[in-house]
Design a protein around this ligand. Sequence first.
Ligand code: T4K
Length: 391
Amino acid sequence: MSTSHLAILGGDPEFTEPLHVGRPNVGDRDRFLARVNRILDSAWLTNDGACVREFEERIAALAGTGYCVAMSSGTVALEIAARALGLVDEVIVPAFTFVATAHALMWQGIRPVFCDIDARTHHIDPQAIEALINNRTSGILAVHLWGQPCNVDALTEIAKRHGLPVFFDACHALGVERQGRQVGGFGACEIFSFHATKFLNTLEGGAVVTNDSQLADKLRFMRNFGFCGEDCVAHLGTNGKMNEISAAMGLTLLEEMDDIVAVNEANYRAYAREIANAPGFDLVEYPVDGRYNYQHVVAVVDEREAGIGRDAVIAALRAENVLARRYFYPGCHRMKPYAAMHEYAGVFLPVTDEIAARVVVLPTGPQLAEHDISRIGAILRLASASKALAT
Ligand code: T4K
């Protein structure tokens, strides 16, 4: 194939069907539908039902925590966790994350104070945190971005020294461990997402996991309007409950989780082989001393070496029906609700700005065979070699 065959230059698209980032896994229909039938027969559809309880037990076991409280989404789980931890005024968060991390705080009237990231890991930079701590700071919310544990020890040490709670957005990091330590038990609590696009989904859903029994009780009350008994409201609360059909989906996919992760890992390794032959492209690597879900394949483009900028790479892939994403461009601090806030007008987070301009997230999951990944690698190399697309 020559560069003139690229769809962006007039050729036919390489793929007839779109390849999405975050194509949902639907699992075994018969086992899911059998669960749905049992739910319908029982006429117990939500509010601490049998499937939700079983799902919570399974997630707590997977995360190695004492408690799991399932919620209607990862965002609501973050909001309720922030409430239950009593956070106010300001919380420090990385700017390079899905905007829900910041929104969950702001929606509660807590100002997210954006911190820069480490250029290699894309995680919040512990060294940049201390300059942001002041007498309004009430906590730190870090993110295990791309399903890799962030620098938990450094963050825990800083938080302890300043007497602040630290908790973790683990929405990418279900089933992950590093050096024998599982994501789930770090900090005051950790939050998972089971959105449709996550490798293990409950259609919509999320959860908070913790080893703190009092916090778990509070979270349970708060997700159900604060009720602690039939006529007893102990806390301000909201409706954050997971329903039974969602939990049934989660239980069904848990039975297939190892197979899904094996496919994701094989895909990641196939991408790594392709990208090793594409100058100017680097994959965010999964270190060898851990267990991962491999749901994110993240490439970083070096425009000078690749001869093509990140946005041109995305445009070339999309023309071929490879619907790559530029998560999490342009960084929360540059999104309108935050950029418009006086405190953030013109804020410059150099590493976040650079990485947000260079990242390409590639499709993975069972929708792709190894052969497809070779075709995507070929597109990257051709786009890079094309004089017409050169920057
Ligand atoms: N913290 C972090 C670090 C997160 O990444 C997220 C969510 C959260 C917190 C909040 O958790 P949740 O409240 O969502 O549980 C998506 C997801 O909506 C979001 O869950 C996820 N992170 C984020 C990284 O990506 P979009 O706007 O890219 O998703 P959406 O719905 O446009 O779908 C993406 C692509 O997937 C589409 O192009 C089509 C395909 N798709 C999507 C759906 C929903 C399908 O093929 N089928 C589907 O059913 O945000």
